[in-house]
Design a protein around this ligand. Sequence first.
Ligand code: NAP
Ligand code: MG
Length: 482
Amino acid sequence: MSNLSKNYIAGDWVAGPSSIANINPSDTNDIIGQYAQASSAQLDDALNSAQIAQRQWAATGLEQRQAVLMKIGEEMMARSAELGELLAREEGKPVAEGKGEVYRAGQFFTYYAAEVLRQSGDTADSVRPNIEVDVRREPMGTVAIISPWNFPTATASWKIAPALAFGNAVIWKPANLTPASAVALAEIISRQDIPKGLFNLVMGSGGSIGQALVESSKVHAISFTGSYDVGRQIASAAAQNLTKFQLELGSKNPLVVMDDADIDVAVAAATGGAFGSTGQKCTASSRLVVHQSIHDEFVERMTASTSALKVGHALEDGTQIGPAASAEQLTSNLDYMQLGRDEGCEVVCGGDALELATPGHYMQPALLIGGDNAMRLNREELFAPMACVIKVADYDEALSVANDTDFGLVSGIITQSLSKASHFRRNAESGCVMVNLPTAGTDYHVPFGGRKNSSFGPREQGQYAKELYTQVKTSYISSGNP
Ligand code: NAP
Ligand code: MG
């Protein structure tokens, strides 16, 4: 087993007691490799070495920490074509998206490289004479990072970069569906001038190694992105140890299209937002909430744009929509198609599995109409290239449908009315709002996160990340004179 399929623990590449096959979802005959699964003893080694390494790292000069992060980011950006292709091969997103993701992941490292030097705190006079107060942030210690398969490099990077920048050690458990991109990122980090054990990659299933990691009392903070159900399990494990944690979970994002919308903007936003990344995005808009007076024109234009999308092998030129990431995901997508029909929607285009030149988990993107917001189809996260149009009478109904969900990651509105846009921005019950933009597509220097069942705990990204990765210390200093 080469290093390109091992775990990185306590500064060494180590094989595991077992391994799993990494299969290309665009061509299931293409086995990318076998990837080690860490044992619980190896997880313990990682946790013990992290504890020692973290103290060394926190004592390392700021410029050295900054340089390490900068080098990681620059290498990722320079190698984004190569690493993006690997990501596309194992996850199934079109290669241009894979490349874009790796480049963006690199930008998280260069951004947080700069944050290393943005040191600030508070000083104050005590209420008692001749005493000064110093308030500053310190690292948490060892951070457990658990990431999903849909943006395997970007999600992990927006957690690993701030964790290291703010002086922590990292134990990273990536999704087992996307181990190759995890090893590629770990390999870059392993070549940096950092203490042995500061950064550890522990691959394995969520139920075994992931669960053991979040239950460990040697972990001081947990950052998780994934499903709602697993998030709740992590929350209860963290609560047992009173470990600080943050969750980014599922969603059911609405895109509202008003009667005064620019129809070209609306169709482009809905098509990209619903079907980009095969709909496998936490920011995807699977609910299209459309004003009745623009409904028929919108549906006609959307049908044309959805049918024109080219589904294909992720590494082939011209592919716009790749396969579902796994056989299970495709089965779930097709089950939701059936549910939509059973609940009374009309399928205006797509929705069937596709057989292409290579065996893969392909599906034609689907547009459904006649939806109502009470349907399960419009309440559960689909993670599929599917969108359902919900017709509404006016703006008030649109806003109330948009907010009538257990989730609250992103809400979008397409309108040329400043007053509707402003009202929506203020009254949408979501962590992010998009005006005349797709629900998907966010920056890295500002906070990202949701409300309701979409998120829990501090925001990620930008300067807000320090809320999870640091803790505040208040010191009182007396001159010693009475
Ligand atoms: P998932 O099944 O919840 O898995 C996420 C991660 O958790 C994987 O690494 C998984 O490992 C691990 N895991 C599973 N059970 C665990 C346990 N008991 N203890 C600790 N870790 C455990 O989610 P997914 O299917 O990979 O990703 C899709 C979900 O992620 C969707 O709901 C999507 O909305 C959400 N997501 C949210 C955001 C956001 O920012 N809000 C961004 C992207 C994705 P294995 O997979 O190896 O078993
Ligand atoms: Mg999973």
